[in-house]
Ligand binder design. Sequence first.
Ligand code: ATP
Ligand code: MG
Length: 344
Amino acid sequence: KQTRSNMTKITVAKGDGIGPEIMDATLEIILAAGAEIETEEIEVGEKVYLTGNTSGIAPESWEVIQRNKIFLKAPITTPQGGGYKSLNVTTRKFLGLYSNVRPCMSLHPFVNTKHPVMDIVIVRENEEDLYAGIEHQQTDEVVQCLKLISRPGCEKIVRYAFEYAKQQNRKKVTCFTKDNIMKQTDGLFHQVFNEIAKEYPEIKNEHWIVDIGAAKVAGSPEEFDVLVMPNLYGDIISDIAAEITGSVGLGGSANIGEECAMFEAIHGTAPDIGGKNIANPSGLLQGAIMMLNHIGQTKVAEKIQNAWLATLEQGTHTSDIYTAGKSKTKVGTREFAKAVIANL
Ligand code: ATP
Ligand code: MG
């Protein structure tokens, strides 16, 4: 096959549960929109774990991911027990994906939500903090977990948040820490935030102590724009934020590193509805749109986003967001994809 020079090669993994059907729908939409990508598929997850491979991925697939650098991944099952390692965690660590970006947007009035004006993006540090995995037993009765925060780590993530805000034309970046208690670790994060914020005078900046900040996100998310925070707080607050948009099936996320990046839906494999053509492909589609923006195909990304919004506005809804009165047509995964393509 010939590769046109402007084609970006991406690695694709269809995953488990609803993974294959939402990936097929997503690829169909983005290719119909004219995304200049060529896909290379790898096998990961359940089938690979069941061969006795505890990492869920073959070494040669790992090479494909590293070679192509851009990875679009459907949800994957990690079997319980038996020393199986989560491929999500391994990928983040091995590829150095230091930044986890999760937009949380309400789609009022088309999708039910408690917060009609919510459009925030959480930028979570993804490698350090209490998740660095440095834990040990001190005595029979005392265990310890080390909170690791480095200046280079803070600089990378804070700069990423401001650059993202600039590129996406957003107005404010908010930092959450608990530096009134953890003066050194969270203190460093806050200090680096203040330093880097000065380089972006056109973007507003503010800092909240994470507890009151989290309460404000839950109560009045319309006050926030881009948020940046250490790993643990980011993990918790990004789930709360996704949940209160009213649409866990609609969210995508990006994991960004210096060289590689991985894009996905925020939900899991939903095995209860796998293979039934009823899953909502929107979360993975949102991940794919972030991917296209990341590789510079911003025009096509915008075109897909608009077609997707138009489809939701027309009331063409999958069953997870179907609401009597608001929705017009209940569709399956494939029919939803066709409707988005018709709107391109
Ligand atoms: P995993 O173990 O992989 O996390 P899970 O059982 O926790 O899988 P999730 O995907 O996290 O499942 O979602 C929980 C429930 O939300 C699912 O059982 C499903 O009913 C619903 N759900 C999740 N994603 C979607 C989607 N894209 N479309 C429709 N419903 C969804
Ligand atoms: Mg789950």
